[in-house]
Ligand binder design. Structure first.
Ligand code: ZN
Length: 290
């Protein structure tokens, strides 16, 4: 019986995605850097906070500026949601979604929690309102550091690198980034570039706020990163929602019971490898012998 392995589009096994919050004017410089290197990101916007256009990107500019990237919900006014009553959470998410959709004229299904605050109640409401994933602000960096430290202390008794920080999320409503851009970004980038074990799928997820590059006077961090990690054949550069949608398309493949053929009923081309061979594309709406 054939052994089937999912790959990212193009047969790749690494995906890079970025997520930047609040839609402030420094997004202009960030988008330019990303575009120059073919890197793609999700920008999380507060539709109720755009009055001062010396600080925030005006709505009239959203469509052009964020072209080729995803824009997603960050609520209307940026409250810490677990302190808010249900109805307020509904309005903050739904009204933001509706306003962004009015401006962008495309379905908006992603979200980043303001101040990272989420719990089961907020997730339940977000799901009801058509949100397909949501991002937190804690990152796996701390977990990985402590795992590595622990391994070091155990002096080789524990396998180093059990956690790479590049694992896929278990719960896309508690999507945890690999690192904030101030947390050893280049070190992570080098480790990511060096990954070669194709029995895993890897994800590198960077988050932050573009205004932090001004505040910290460290635009060189993201410029060096983009220069190094951009334009590589073995990395899929995706927005957050593209990853979620691709996973969904793969999950919707219909395999024959003996894995000898597969039907792709979705509108998305899906890639897989058979018996560890080179990845093949199962085109949208097609059936293929494997
Ligand atoms: Zn924010």
């Amino acid at each position: 019986m054939n052994k089937i392995y999912k790959t990212w589009p193009g047969g790749r096994f690494k995906v890079l995605t970025l997520s930047y919050d609040d839609g402030k004017v420094q997004d202009r410089r960030l988008v330019k850097i990303l575009n120059d290197h073919g890197i793609r990101a999700t920008f999380n916007l507060n539709s109720g906070l755009t009055n001062d256009t010396s600080i925030r990107i005006p709505k009239e500019e959203w469509k052009e500026l964020y072209q080729g990237h995803e824009v997603a919900v960050h609520t209307v006014s940026h409250p810490t949601l677990y302190r808010s009553p249900d109805l307020e959470i509904v309005k903050e998410i739904l009204n933001d979604r509706e306003e962004i959709e009015r401006v962008m004229h495309r379905p908006i299904r992603g979200m980043a929690y303001p101040n990272g605050a989420c719990d089961d109640r907020i997730i339940g409401i977000a799901k009801t309102l058509g949100i397909r994933y949501a991002r937190q602000v804690n990152d796996t960096y701390a977990q990985v550091c402590s795992a590595r430290q622990f391994a070091k202390e155990a002096e080789g008794n524990m396998r180093l690198g059990d956690k790479t920080g590049f694992e896929l999320p278990e719960d896309y409503y508690r999507w945890t980034p690999t690192c904030h851009h101030n947390h050893h970004l280049m070190q992570y980038a080098k480790e990511f570039a060096a990954l070669y074990k194709k029995q895993y799928l890897y994800m590198f997820y960077v988050w932050g706020h573009s205004f932090e590059f001004d505040d910290d006077d460290n635009w060189n961090i993201i410029e060096d990163f983009a220069e190094f990690i951009g334009g590589r054949d073995d990395i899929w550069y995706a927005t957050n929602i593209e990853i979620v949608d691709y996973n969904e398309a793969f999950a919707n493949l219909q395999f024959s019971a003996d894995n000898s053929f597969v039907y792709n009923p979705t509108a998305t081309d899906v890639w897989l490898s058979v018996n560890d061979g080179p990845a093949i594309c199962v085109p949208a709406g097609n059936q293929m012998d494997l």
